[in-house]
Design a protein around this ligand. Structure first.
Ligand SMILES: [Mg+2]
Length: 360
C-alpha cells in the first residue's frame, strides 16, 4: 500500500506562455502581461512575465510603471486577454480530467490530480506525470511543471522547485529532507502575517520550524494554524483532492463593437456553442439547458434560457435553439450588446454510464 499518489500540475508562466503561443515572434523577448486598471495610461500591475522578463527583474504584482522603468526596448507589454487564457485553460483542464476521476482545478493554471486509483506506485506516478506533460505539449504546445508526492502540500511544493518544464517526485521517505532547507515562510498555505511572525521568531527554514514544539506554535499562531505548521513542516497534509463537479460550461466574448445585429450575434453564438459542446463531450457529459447571454453597453447582464426535451451532446440540436434565443433576447432587451456568450447547463453523465434510474 503506497498510500496516496497526488500530482500537482502547474502551467508555466501561463498568461505569458499563451501569448508566446499565438505570437511566435515574441519568443526569446521579455514578455510582460499586464492588468491595466485604466485610471492613467500605465496604472495597473504586472500579471505574469516570461522568464526573459524575470531575468531583468520584472515580476508579478509589480506596478507597470516600475516594470517599464527597468524594461529594455525589446520588452513587450501586453494587456491581459483573460478570455483567451481561459479558453486554453479549459481545454487543458478537460485533458487533465481524462487522467483521473478525482481532479481539482485550483486556479486557471493549476490542478491537483489524485492518481491513487490510477497508478500503483510512485514510479507509475512519475510515468503518468511525464505522459501528462507530453499530452499538454503535443495538444496545446504549452509546458507545465508537475510535482508528484503523497499529498497536496508536498506536490505543490515539488512542482515549484523545478520550473519551467519540471517534473519532481517526492517519495514519502524523501519528504523530510525535501522540505528541510526550504524557507518556512514559503510553505504553501503560510500567509504574509504568519511569514513575518515566523521570521520574528528567528525561524528561517522548515527544519528550524520542526524544532519548535506544538505548544509554542499553538500559542503563537492559534490552535489550528499552530498544528498546521507543526504537521506541514513534517510533510504531513491530509487535505483531500476535491472532485468538484462542474455545473455549467460557457464562453463569453467581447464584441468588436457594441451591436444588436442579429446575424453577428447568431454567428458568434453558434461558434461559441460549438466550442462549448466539444468541451462537454470531451468530459463525457450531456446537457439539457442552453443559454444565450448578453452584457449590454451599460454593463447590465441578461440571459435567455431554453431546455431541450432530453439530455444531449449534439451540437446541431443545440444550435437550432440559438437563433430563437437571440430573437427573444433582442425583442426583450433594447440597446446594444458589448459582450455576449453562450452556456450549457443542467448536466448529466454520458449515456454510456448508466445512472441509478436505469436499473429502477
Ligand atoms: Mg503557473
Amino acid at each position: 500500500m503506497p498510500g496516496r499518489i497526488i500530482a500537482h500540475v502547474d502551467l508555466d508562466y501561463f498568461y505569458a506562455q499563451c501569448e508566446e503561443l499565438r505570437r511566435p515572434e515574441l519568443k526569446g523577448r521579455p514578455v510582460v502581461v499586464c492588468i491595466y486598471s485604466g485610471r492613467t495610461e500605465d496604472s495597473g500591475a504586472v500579471s505574469t512575465s516570461n522568464y526573459e522578463a524575470r531575468k531583468i527583474g520584472i515580476r508579478s504584482g509589480m506596478p507597470i510603471v516600475q516594470a517599464k522603468r527597468i524594461a529594455g526596448s525589446n520588452t513587450v507589454f501586453l494587456s491581459a486577454d483573460i478570455e483567451y487564457y481561459e479558453s486554453v485553460s479549459e481545454r487543458i483542464m478537460s485533458l487533465l480530467r481524462s487522467y483521473t476521476p478525482v481532479m481539482e482545478q485550483a486556479s486557471v493554471d493549476e490542478a491537483y490530480l489524485d492518481l491513487s486509483e490510477v497508478v500503483s506506485d510512485f514510479d507509475g506516478g512519475e510515468r503518468k506525470a511525464r505522459e501528462i506533460k507530453n499530452a499538454i505539449l503535443s495538444s496545446e504546445h504549452l509546458t507545465c511543471s508537475i510535482g508528484v508526492s503523497s499529498n497536496k502540500l508536498l506536490s505543490k511544493m515539488a512542482a515549484g522547485v523545478s520550473k519551467p518544464d519540471g517534473l519532481t517526485v517526492v517519495r514519502p521517505e524523501e519528504a523530510l529532507d525535501f522540505l528541510a532547507p526550504m524557507p518556512a515562510g514559503k510553505l504553501f498555505g503560510v500567509g504574509r502575517v504568519t511569514e513575518r511572525r515566523l521570521s520574528e521568531m528567528g525561524i528561517q527554514t522548515v527544519e528550524d520550524l520542526r524544532s519548535v514544539s506544538p505548544e509554542i506554535l499553538k500559542k503563537q499562531f492559534g490552535s489550528s494554524m499552530g498544528m498546521w505548521l507543526y504537521n506541514a513542516s513534517r510533510g504531513v497534509d491530509e487535505e483531500q483532492v476535491m472532485d468538484r463537479k462542474r455545473e455549467q460550461y460557457g464562453r463569453i466574448i467581447t464584441l468588436k463593437e457594441d451591436t444588436r445585429d442579429r446575424s453577428v450575434l447568431v454567428d458568434n453564438a453558434s461558434r461559441l456553442l460549438n466550442e462549448v459542446v466539444r468541451q462537454v463531450k470531451a468530459d463525457a457529459l450531456r446537457f439539457k439547458t442552453v443559454s444565450f447571454l448578453g452584457i449590454m453597453s451599460d454593463l447590465s447582464a441578461r440571459t435567455k434560457n431554453r431546455s431541450l426535451p432530453d439530455f444531449t451532446d449534439d451540437f446541431e440540436q443545440a444550435a437550432r435553439i440559438m437563433p430563437i434565443l437571440v430573437d427573444e433576447f433582442l425583442s426583450e432587451h433594447p440597446g446594444n450588446l458589448r459582450r455576449m456568450g453562450v452556456k450549457v447547463s443542467n448536466l448529466s453523465e454520458d449515456r454510456g454510464q448508466k445512472s441509478l434510474f436505469d436499473f429502477a
